[in-house]
Design a protein around this ligand. Structure first.
Ligand code: SAH
Ligand code: SF4
Length: 382
């Protein structure tokens, strides 16, 4: 019996060149094939007209471009589109397209579920099933880009930015992530600039160092708390990599990405992390790592509630007051607009469908019994 066809979405250009070499083909053939797939959205080898007939013949049966079946597609009133993709064995992951005047951003998933188990995150509450492969990560982009071009009737690129902010912790799926990032950046692939591809992490310190060396794209760090006591409760990974280590890793990252900045994400939870003393503690934390120019930006995300979180969104005046304290201290601060919440496509609402194969859901259920009281800043701060 012949082997199952190889999914060509699994390869970055070097990987595809190695595959083609095994078929006895030169690198420029791999480049042609890569462009057909990623730039033109082709999956049928017979349509790849400038590809040598001999290569097309070799590819038939031996390879394929494996799309992910779409389970649902929802379009929000504001133009946001959300897809639920079937990744097999009862797992499904989500991707969201967010159109804006000057850009089109695709938010994609890196894992079916997530093992970090943050208190306020819907994905985290579902537990963890498995890592996605490079091909499954890229299939979300490949499908969305070429679907949207057809849907909008345009031939030029629709997706200008990718954010790894869907389901999962990308830095806990490092070996699949990096080749996918390379395809996004490759001029023969999606040709995105390094700053238009963002990896968001809850703070996997050793992998932040590796990413800085291997592929220094834009980095967003999910901070959510200005001290270890509170962050331990909200982002359990903090117990392994506490704030001082995380902040130092951010500094090291910037050494690999000159003139860049780190975006700190901060999910605003009513009465939990949104008090003036938290803002002051946050300012002091960031001051401690001060450099000449702007080294970080803050992005405040109003919490998007979901059943079972037991948490509330900070009221708008509370978010504004918090933002004002940060701005007055000279920190670049924005408040994220909520997009697509009529279709549950907002940050943290992506839950897909995950068969929990870990004890994460159990752990979170236990955590929920511990109240999250306001933790005041130590005396002495103004
Ligand atoms: N695992 C990565 C990336 C996915 S989460 C990370 O944690 O960074 C993407 C962003 O959405 C993170 O900043 C996360 O903290 C935030 N988020 C999670 N749940 C949320 C919710 N319910 N409301 C608002 N933002 C949320
Ligand atoms: Fe995982 Fe990120 Fe959700 Fe935390 S916020 S559970 S790291 S997806």
């Amino acid at each position: 019996m012949s082997a199952a066809p190889v999914n060509l979405l699994e390869f970055d250009l070097d990987g595809l060149a190695a595959f083609c070499e095994r078929l006895g083909e030169k690198r420029f053939r791999a480049t042609q094939l890569f462009r057909w797939i990623h730039q033109r959205g082709a999956s049928d080898f017979s349509q790849m007209s400038d590809l040598a007939k001999s290569l097309r013949g070799k590819l038939e049966g031996a390879a394929q471009v494996t799309a992910l079946p779409v389970i649902t597609q929802n379009i929000s009133q504001d133009g946001t589109v959300k897809w639920l993709f079937d990744v097999g064995a009862g797992d499904a992951v989500e991707a969201v397209f967010i159109p804006e005047d000057d850009r089109g951003t695709l938010c994609i998933s890196s894992q079916a579920g997530c093992a970090v188990g943050c208190r306020f995150c819907s994905t985290g509450h579902q537990g963890f099933s498995r890592n996605l492969t490079t091909g499954e990560i890229l299939a979300q982009l490949w499908f969305a880009e070429h679907f949207l071009r057809k849907h909008l009737g345009v031939s030029e690129r629709v997706i200008s930015n990718v954010v790894m902010m869907g389901m999962g912790e990308p830095l806990q799926n490092y070996s699949a992530l990096v080749p996918a990032l390379r395809v996004m950046l490759d001029d023969h692939g999606y040709g995105m600039s390094r700053r238009r591809v963002t990896v968001s992490t809850s703070g996997v310190v050793p992998m932040m160092d590796r990413l800085g060396q291997d592929c220094p794209v834009a980095l967003a760090v999910s901070l959510h708390a200005p001290n270890d006591a509170l962050r331990d409760k909200l982002v359990p990974l903090n117990r392994k990599y506490p704030l001082a280590e995380l902040m130092e890793a951010c500094q090291r990252y910037l050494a690999h990405a000159p003139r860049d900045f780190i975006t700190f994400e901060y999910c605003m939870l009513d009465g939990v992390n949104d008090q003036p003393e938290h803002a002051r503690e946050l300012i002091a934390l960031i001051e401690r790592y001060r450099t000449d120019g702007v080294w970080c930006k803050l992005n405040l995300i109003p919490f998007n509630p979901f059943p079972a979180s037991g948490l509330k969104r900070s009221p708008a005046p509370q978010v504004s007051a918090f933002a004002k304290l940060l701005l007055d201290a000279g920190l670049v601060t924005t408040v994220r607009k909520t997009r697509g919440d009529d279709i549950d496509a907002a940050c943290g609402q992506l839950a897909g469908d995950v068969k929990d194969r870990t004890r994460v859901t159990q752990r979170i259920a236990l955590q929920r019994q511990v109240p999250l009281q306001v933790i005041a800043a130590p005396p002495g701060g103004d």
